[in-house]
Design a protein around this ligand. Structure first.
Ligand code: GLC
Length: 397
């Protein structure tokens, strides 16, 4: 019932947002994230000023990536050509490409650019050997810590807990992470899962590995932090909630993306000299893992003018534009020369979410059960058994 309700709401929103955007005007439309800093508006205005002809119009969507993905999918399904250009998360590519909703951009990028883009970002924009998404920004989960309190960052979950307990005060929590029921929760859980030596879906074999002891231990860890080293509200936090709390000194550790680093340095907050970055922690005898994230541009197969869309993408992915976004929003450009040196090793070792066409549904299942477990409605063990069962049904095994 709830799914049906949200499904209808999303479809209605998609239609209402989509229609005026491209059909009633001489503009190409692109659905973007909320443009809090105004940088996208300025860059698009600059593009429109310097490129006479078909202009580009931005529609601001909701902050959660999975909700914007739903809006894009609903508009493609309705066949109304809602959006011409897709501002695309790494994990949307297999689904959109397999459905035939994106134009093949292989061969469009110059050799020089191909050498400059990070290989992982190019790979994440590809499906079955064809490129559908031009990389713009890259992401990987990072552990921020208060180096004025903790001289050496923790390497294991046990050390993270014990240091959190040690430096917790009534005003300062131990560990902040993103626990709301959305895609961000999946990216955090994956880092904890991989750090326990577990896996979600083996994409090559189409095998679901969620009901294994490592996966349960990983979820038990996340649940155990709620109300102890992490605030009870963590089960409702997204990236920005945790950044703001951490930046104002209310936690010892924070799991977030690299944008936090850039924004904190730019804000010249007093706290910046007291912050260090480290790879995410792992279980004894295992390895750290970061979830690969990132954004890029793709062209809808319903696009009114693919050549004009390409001109826009080519403009937006030039270093100058990427650096403007980097300065204002903190995102890390997916070009080798623009990656801050201190982020290189973490980004290099980041792992992809399973590149399967059914990713959105699999993530939706996992989000629901993770959220039920961390809010205490079901045990981690039951949650993962149910999530595994539903995911196997989804994948047909
Ligand atoms: C960041 C990542 C993106 C991920 C999202 C989850 O925006 O770049 O890949 O899906 O966070 O909240």
């Amino acid at each position: 019932m709830r799914i049906l309700f949200w499904g209808c709401l999303v479809a209605l929103l998609a239609l209402s947002l989509a229609r005026p955007a491209s059909r009633d005007s001489d503009a190409l439309s692109v659905l973007m994230e909320p443009d809090g800093t105004g940088v996208w508006r300025e860059l698009i205005a600059k593009y429109n000023r310097d490129h006479p002809g078909l202009s580009v119009r931005m529609v601001e969507g909701p902050p959660a990536t999975n909700l914007r993905e739903d809006l894009y999918a609903a508009s493609f399904l309705s066949g109304t050509a809602g959006y011409d250009i897709v501002y695309c998360d790494v994990n949307w590519v297999p689904k959109f490409a397999a459905a035939g909703w994106l134009l093949d951009l292989t061969g469009r990028i110059s050799d020089e650019d191909l050498r400059d883009y990070l290989p992982a970002s190019l790979q994440a924009g590809s499906y079955r050997g064809r490129l559908y998404r031009v990389p713009a920004f890259t992401d990987a989960g990072v552990l921020y810590y208060r180096k004025d309190l903790v001289s050496t960052p923790p390497e294991t979950f046990a050390e993270l807990v014990s240091l959190s307990m040690q430096y917790r005060t009534p005003e300062r929590w131990g560990f902040l992470w993103q626990g709301k029921q959305y895609e961000g929760l999946v990216t955090v859980y994956l880092e904890v899962l991989w750090g326990h030596g577990g896996e979600w879906i083996d994409a090559a074999q189409q095998r679901v590995l969620l009901d294994r002891p490592e996966a349960v231990r990983a979820l038990e860890f996340l649940k155990s932090t709620v109300g102890t080293i992490s605030p009870p509200g963590v089960t409702n936090y997204v990236e920005e909630d945790t950044r703001i709390l951490f930046q104002s000194g209310h936690a010892v550790f924070l799991r977030n993306w690299p944008y936090v680093w850039t924004l904190m340095r730019r804000s010249r907050a007093e706290i910046i000299d007291r912050i260090g970055i480290a790879p995410m922690v792992h279980a004894e005898g295992q390895w750290s893992a970061a979830t690969l994230g990132g954004w890029g541009f793709a062209v809808s197969k319903f696009c009114a003018d693919p050549e004009a869309a390409w001109r826009f993408i080519d403009f937006m992915t030039r270093p100058e534009q990427l650096q403007a976004v980097q300065r204002r929003q903190g995102r890390i450009p997916a070009r080798r020369n623009l990656v801050p040196p201190e982020m290189k090793s973490i980004l290099d070792s980041a792992r992809m979410r399973p590149p399967i066409p059914a990713y959105a549904q699999a993530s939706d299942i996992l989000q629901r059960w993770l959220s039920s477990a961390i809010t205490g409605s079901v045990t981690p063990d039951l949650a993962l058994r149910e999530a595994a069962r539903e995911t196997r049904l989804l994948l047909g095994n």
